[in-house]
Design a protein around this ligand. Structure first.
Ligand code: SF4
Length: 402
């Protein structure tokens, strides 16, 4: 799952481009599990390839005239084509009746792929006469491609990656600094691919091309719910993810959704496993979307999400709290020493969007007028105090004076 909600963006002028009706996509891992689910197929290559661009990304790239209170710090893109799978929480699932062009709460107009790639190359190009080092940072500092498992997705990914390579020679100043594999021009920015690879070898092939991180979404925490909602065995996906994390340390990521029938204990135990393997975790709150099969379900209570957020943050920092749970699986305490946890949580980063560096996914799960699940920016001291109080964990409430 991902990205900015249309709620944070308001059109102020006519569109600058002529996007088509946004293409259908499911995000990261909306396909079946890679192991044991059969071939994903390599169908005919689409002729005029298009890319979906999240509305916030399109604004930063100058493709849509919209105002955003918090722009994305990662360019969020999706490959074109209706997903062949049917995840019931996804607006673009095969049987979804969600409005076209909606993914979670985000609008994704599409443009010809080459137009998008040109804009990206321009956005990330260092100012004339200056190498990458010392150049002014672009507004977005990473590129994330959500790959839809429609026929021809592998060819689309290959074309996308090729189109993202800088024009410079890898031996030129600044080129080598971007970790380009030997003989390849570097990408214009760190690139994440969020997809369901066929196998470990395919993960290695993308990383060998210079991709910074490959994300394989688990999405659903509880294995039984996973089988019911996504189909297939969660363990097969987990096995692939863990094997990839051992083969390519620090290069794997995943997405975890809170609010799909799991207990907090189940979520935190899974997070422990993921972080122990150095896997980057993008944490999401389940977001009901009109037209999807789970549209009738509520999002998780904020307190539940906050507790999992706190655990996720501490684990990502290399901490190993002695979590204590109620018989029903609710997190009741971080254990001792509480003063340590208070100190580590005092800056509020635990409540900001988690995931790859510079991934802020503004308002993807959020509703206007409600407090965000994931803050796409640093929190004020008042927001920190409220978020800590939301956890209802001993030792964290009254955090305004931390
Ligand atoms: S966490 Fe990584 S893979 Fe997931 S949306 Fe953010 S940048 Fe993309």
């Amino acid at each position: 799952m991902s990205f900015e909600a249309c709620a944070s963006l308001s059109p102020v002028k006519r569109d600058l481009g002529q996007p088509a009706a946004p293409g259908g996509r499911s995000v990261s891992g909306d396909g079946r599990d890679a192991a044991g689910s059969g071939s994903l197929g390599s169908g005919p290559v689409q002729e005029a390839a298009r890319l979906g661009v999240s509305l916030g990304t399109a604004a930063v790239l100058g493709m849509r005239a919209v105002r955003s209170d918090v722009p994305p710090s990662t360019a969020y893109l999706m490959t074109e084509g209706r997903c062949i799978y049917n995840c019931p929480f996804c607006a673009q699932a095969r049987e979804s009746r969600a409005p076209a062009g909606l993914l979670s709460r985000v609008t994704w107009p599409s443009w010809p792929a080459e137009t998008v790639l040109q804009r990206l190359r321009r956005h990330f190009r260092p100012p004339a006469g200056r190498a990458s080092a010392g150049a002014k940072s672009p507004a977005m500092r990473r590129i994330c491609l959500q790959v839809v498992h429609s026929p021809g997705w592998e060819e689309e990914v290959d074309r996308f990656l090729e189109g993202l390579r800088a024009e410079e020679d890898p031996a030129a100043p600044g080129g080598a600094g971007r970790c380009a594999p030997a003989g390849l021009r570097p990408f214009v920015a760190p690139v994440c691919l969020s997809l369901r690879p066929r196998n470990l070898e395919q993960v290695g092939q993308y990383l060998a091309q210079g991709v910074d991180k490959v994300s394989i979404a688990i999405d659903v925490v509880n294995p039984a719910q996973y089988a019911r909602l996504k189909g297939g065995a969660q363990q097969a996906v987990l096995d692939l993810l863990l094997a990839a994390s051992r083969a390519y340390p620090g290069r794997m990521a995943t997405h975890v959704i809170v609010g799909l029938g799991e207990t907090e204990e189940e979520a935190i135990r899974l997070l422990e496993q993921l972080h122990a393997h150095g896997i980057t975790v993008g944490l999401f709150a389940f977001t009901p979307v009109r037209g999807t099969r789970l549209s009738h379900l509520p999002p998780p209570p904020l307190g539940q999400y906050r507790r999992v957020q706190v655990a996720n943050f501490l684990l990502a920092q290399g901490q190993r709290p002695a979590f204590q749970f109620s018989p029903a699986g609710r997190l009741q305490s971080l254990g001792e020493p509480q003063e340590r946890w208070r100190r580590l949580l005092a800056d509020g980063r635990a409540f900001q969007t988690s995931g790859c560096p510079d991934c802020n996914r503004p308002y993807y799960n959020e509703h206007p007028g409600r407090r965000p699940f994931n803050y796409p920016r640093p929190l004020s001291s008042q927001e920190i105090a409220r978020a800590l109080a939301d956890t209802e964990l001993p030792g964290l409430c009254g955090g305004g004076d931390l």
